[in-house]
Design a protein around this ligand. Sequence first.
Ligand code: URA
Length: 209
Amino acid sequence: MTKNGNNSAAAFLPESHDLESLRDAAAGCEGCGLFRDATRTVFGEGAERARYMLVGEQPGDQEDRQGHPFVGPAGRVLDRGLDEAGIDRDEVYVTNAVKHFSFTDRGKRRIHKKPTAAEIDACRPWLEAELAAVRPEVVVVLGATAARSLLGRAFRVTERRGEPMPMGEALAVATVHPSAVLRAPDRDAAYAGFLADLRIAAGAVHRTR
Ligand code: URA
């Protein structure tokens, strides 16, 4: 619950919306219940004026422990894809639709739990503020949770992946989440599709210039 009783991060946003102020304020966010069990807020990271913004679902176990987005197994798939698509890390800002790790305790293991629609909606003010601060040329939407947050609940990644779509001043390109590549029965085929979508995103950045 927020200070005003709503399920939203809105009341925690600082007056100044530069990335540093946003990151500092997000560290104290209690806009939904996830802050209670997560170790910390994992805010977005990357270049202040990045040309690409990559939006994932939520921090995983490693991200929650280390405090940085995409540093676990999914991050390794993402790094490889960016490299092979020719997307320069210096031009990338990486973040998540939800900034706290959502999980179920199974003994010593913490099993990833998909964030609810209410948690995605509650966290959207941070994502919107990041978009406004970075003003990327291309937004890469990684999987269904990011798509729900940015493109609406009716959007289907499977139907519209790899298709540049106007999103404010930017172009959005949706693709599967890198974790889905790791879980796919045919990992090579899933990775090839993911890479093809990233290459479309890399091409789209030039078209917005
Ligand atoms: N999955 C995500 O969506 N984001 C991360 O930061 C890590 C795994």
